[in-house]
Design a protein around this ligand. Structure first.
Ligand code: FES
Length: 668
C-alpha cells in the first residue's frame, strides 16, 4: 500500500502514513495537538483542520485538498446540523490521506492553545485541561453475559479512549444508570487527570465549565470559565458574610477564640456564600451546576483555613503556624459545594502564616519567578503582602498597613463607591483643591460637575483619593516632609482650619464636610511606612537597593495613581514606566490554575522556594519604619520620581504630639 507525507502546522511535525489513514489518526500518532470529544465519530467538530493548497518546497511536497478523500456523508450530516465548515476545512477524523498534504491546525482545534490576556505584559494562559470530556458508546446489558453498567462503562472508556478509570465517587455512581438509559447508552464522561470520573452526562456534551474563586476578607469574587476555550463567561461578587463576625481578619480569629465552635459558623457562612455565587454565575452562563467540573480557590491564610473548616486560631499569633500550606485537592461536596457530583476544588498553596494562597495566585499571574527583572509585587489591604525577586530568588513578607488605605478609620474615609473622592489636585499657589468622584469624569471645578455630583452626593474619600490628597498636600507645601499640616498657611487660605492643637485641610465644604485631618495624615503615614519598611527588609535580604519593576495587585492597587503612591513613599523609587497595576491578580492566578494543570505544579514548586521573612522578628524593621514615616522618605532619594515631579522646598515644623499641647516652632 502506498504511503503519503503529512506535515502539520504550526508544530512542523511530519510523518509518512498509509493511504486511508485519517488526519486525526496521523495527528495522534505524531503527538500533534488536535482535539476530539466524540472520538472520531464526526459529531463534535473539534477536530477541524485546514488543508493548505500549493507547492511547499520547504517540505518537498505539493499539497492539495484533492489529496484527502472526498467530503463524506458524516461531514455532510455534521454540516447540515451544525453549519458549513468554511473554506478548506475538513473534519480531521473523516478526511483520509490519498496524497501528500500540509495541514493547519487552527487554535480552536488545539487542546493546549493560548488564552489571550488583555495586557501584553502579562503571561498568556496556556490551556492544559484538568478535566476532559469523552463521548463513549456503552454496551447494553445482556442477560446472557451479565455485567454491571459500571464495568461496561469502564470497558468503553478503555476501548474507545484508552482510559483506565478509577472507582468513582458514590454520588457519581448514583447517577450512572439513569444517565446511561437517558442517553440511550451514549454518554459523555468528564474524566479528571486521566482517571477520576467526576460527572457523566447523557449524549454528547462538548463543553465543561470551571469556577475560580477569590475569597477576600471583605468580598468574594467568582468567575466561571468555559474549560474548552478558556473564556470567562460570567463573574459575580458579594460581601463576605463573615463580616458579621468581625470586620477584619484578626477580629474573626478573636471571635473563634471567644466563641467555641465559632469557626464552624464562619465556615458555613463562607461555603454558603460560595454556593450562592456558583448559582449566580451558572445562571448567567445558562448552564446547570452539574456542568461545573472543577473549582479553584485562593484566599488569605485565615480565609483559606476557614473555607476548609480548619481552626484558624494559631494564625492569630506568633509563630503563625498554618495547618496546611501545600496546594490541595478536596472533594467539592466535602466543602459543601454543589457542582458536578465527583468534582474537586483545588486550593492554591499558602506561602506563610500571613501570606496566603491569594498571594500565590498573584505570583502565578504575574510570574516574577520567570523574569530577570527584580520585581516587587504588592497587594495592599489591611495587611500588605509583599513579594520581591526574580527567577533567581523570591522573598515574601506581610506588613501590617492597617485599614486606612481602605478608607476606614479616616475622618472622611469611605469605601470606594459612587460619590467617593478618588482623585485630588491642589494648586500650589492658591492651595485650592479640585477633585473627581467615583461616578463622574469631571473635575469638581468643571461645568456640569455639580449636576453630576447631585446624583450620588460627594460622600467621603476613598483609599486612592486619600493617597492623592496627602501626596498633593505635600507637593503644595500644605504638609511638611514629616507630615505636619502647616497652620501658618491659615494666613494664605481659608482651607486650613484649626482643630484642637493641630490643623485640618478642608477638601470639600459641603454636606458632609470633607476634611483631611492631622490624624488622617498620621494614619496614612503609619500604613505606608509599614509597607515601605517591609519592602526595605526584602531588599536587604535580597541584597539589592532598588527594584526594576513594581506591580500593584488588588482592587486598591488598580485604582491608585502609581505616581502619587511613589510621591507618598508607599512604594520605592522605580522607573514609572515599569510600575503598573495588575487588577485582581489573585483571581487571575486562580483562573490560571483552573485552566492549566501544569500551573498548579509550577506554583507549588515556586511557593516551596519562596523565602519567608517575618517582619515582626526583624530588628531593622523599626529603623526602616521610622525613615519611611517621612514623605516620601527620610533617607532614600527618589531619583526616578524627581524626573517627573517637582518636590517642594524643604520645610520643617516641629509640633508637640498632636492633642497634647505645646508650642510650634518653625525651622529651615
Ligand atoms: S473527532 Fe469529533 S468530529 Fe472529528
Amino acid at each position: 500500500m502506498s504511503t503519503h507525507r503529512i506535515v502539520f502546522a504550526p508544530s512542523g511535525k511530519r510523518g509518512d502514513f498509509a493511504e486511508g489513514t485519517s488526519v486525526l489518526e496521523a495527528a495522534r500518532s505524531l503527538g500533534v495537538d488536535v482535539d476530539s470529544v466524540c472520538g472520531g465519530r464526526g459529531i463534535c467538530g473539534r477536530c477541524q483542520i485546514l488543508v493548505a493548497e500549493g507547492d511547499f518546497a520547504k517540505h518537498g511536497i505539493s499539497s492539495s485538498e484533492s489529496h484527502l478523500t472526498e467530503w463524506n456523508q458524516v461531514e455532510e450530516r455534521y454540516a447540515s446540523k451544525r453549519g458549513a465548515l468554511g473554506a478548506h476545512r475538513r473534519l480531521g477524523c473523516q478526511a483520509k490521506l490519498c496524497g501528500d498534504v500540509v495541514i493547519d491546525v487552527p487554535p480552536e482545534s488545539q487542546v493546549h492553545r493560548q488564552v489571550v490576556r488583555k495586557s501584553a505584559d502579562t503571561r498568556q494562559i496556556a490551556l492544559e485541561p484538568v478535566v476532559r470530556l469523552h463521548f463513549i458508546e456503552v454496551a447494553e446489558p445482556n442477560i446472557d453475559e451479565p455485567s454491571s453498567d459500571f464495568t461496561r462503562l469502564c470497558e468503553a472508556l478503555k476501548a474507545q479512549w484508552a482510559i483506565d478509570a478509577s472507582m468513582p465517587d458514590l454520588r457519581v455512581l448514583n447517577t450512572l444508570q439513569k444517565t446511561l438509559r437517558a442517553g440511550e447508552w451514549k454518554v459523555t464522561v468528564a474524566v479528571r487527570k486521566g482517571r477520576d470520573i467526576v460527572g457523566i452526562y447523557p449524549g454528547l456534551v462538548e463543553t465543561s465549565y470551571g469556577v475560580a474563586v477569590d475569597v477576600g476578607s471583605t468580598t468574594i469574587a467568582a468567575h466561571i470559565s468555559d474549560l474548552y476555550t478558556g473564556e470567562t463567561l460570567a463573574s459575580a461578587g458579594l460581601m463576605n458574610p463573615q463580616i458579621r463576625f468581625g470586620e477584619d481578619l484578626m477580629s474573626r480569629v478573636s471571635y473563634v477564640m471567644m466563641n467555641p465552635g465559632g469557626e464552624n459558623e464562619m465556615t458555613d457562612a463562607v461555603r454558603a456564600a460560595l454556593n450562592d455565587l456558583v448559582g449566580e454565575v451558572v445562571k448567567e452562563a445558562k448552564i446547570t451546576r452539574e456542568r461545573v467540573v472543577e473549582m479553584t480557590v485562593v484566599g488569605n491564610p485565615i480565609m483559606h483555613h476557614l473555607f476548609l473548616g480548619l481552626d484558624p486560631t494559631e494564625l492569630g499569633g506568633a509563630p503563625f503556624a498554618l495547618t496546611l500550606d501545600k496546594g490541595q485537592d478536596v472533594k467539592a461536596r466535602e466543602v459543601g459545594l454543589t457542582i458536578a457530583p465527583g468534582a474537586y476544588v483545588y486550593l492554591l498553596p499558602c506561602i506563610a502564616g500571613h501570606v496566603g494562597a491569594d498571594t500565590a495566585g498573584v505570583v502565578l499571574s504575574e510570574a516574577p519567578h520567570m523574569n530577570d527583572d527584580v520585581t516587587l509585587l504588592v497587594d495592599v489591604g489591611t495587611n500588605a503582602e509583599i513579594v520581591l525577586g526574580n527567577k533567581k530568588r523570591l522573598l515574601a513578607c506581610s506588613s501590617p498597613t492597617g485599614p486606612a488605605f481602605e478608607g476606614a478609620q479616616l475622618s472622611s474615609g469611605q469605601r470606594a463607591a459612587p460619590g467617593a473622592i478618588e482623585r485630588v489636585r491642589i494648586d500650589p499657589q492658591t492651595l485650592e483643591p479640585k477633585f473627581k468622584i467615583i461616578g463622574s469624569n469631571l473635575w469638581s471645578n468643571e461645568d456640569g460637575f455639580t449636576e453630576e455630583a447631585a446624583k450620588t452626593g460627594v460622600n467621603g474619600i476613598c483609599g486612592s483619593g486619600i493617597i492623592e490628597a496627602i501626596a498633593e498636600m505635600y507637593l503644595a507645601g500644605v504638609i511638611t516632609q514629616d507630615g505636619v499640616i502647616d497652620g501658618d498657611l491659615q494666613a494664605r487660605t481659608s482651607r486650613i482650619l484649626p482643630e484642637g492643637r493641630t490643623f485640618t485641610y478642608l477638601l470639600h465644604d459641603g454636606e458632609p464636610r470633607i476634611t483631611i485631618t492631622q490624624a488622617d495624615v498620621r494614619a496614612i503615614q503609619l500604613g505606608k511606612a509599614a509597607l515601605y519598611a517591609g519592602v526595605k527588609l526584602l531588599l536587604d535580604h535580597y541584597g539589592v537597593d532598588h527594584v526594576e519593576r513594581i506591580t500593584l495587585a488588588g482592587a486598591f492597587g488598580s485604582h491608585i495613581d502609581v505616581k502619587y503612591a511613589m510621591v507618598l513613599g508607599l512604594i520605592p523609587d522605580c522607573n514609572l514606566e515599569k510600575v503598573g497595576s495588575a487588577g485582581n491578580a489573585a483571581g487571575t492566578g486562580a483562573r490560571i490554575a483552573l485552566l492549566n494543570l501544569n500551573a498548579r505544579d509550577e506554583i507549588e514548586k515556586t511557593v516551596g522556594k519562596i523565602e519567608k521573612i517575618e517582619t515582626a522578628m526583624e530588628p531593622k524593621f523599626q529603623t526602616h519604619f521610622v525613615s519611611a514615616m517621612a514623605i516620601p522618605n527620610k533617607v532614600d532619594y527618589f531619583e526616578n520620581l524627581a524626573k517627573v515631579v517637582t518636590f517642594p522646598p524643604k520645610k520643617e515644623i516641629t509640633q508637640a504630639a498632636e492633642g497634647e499641647g505645646g508650642r510650634r516652632r518653625r525651622r529651615g
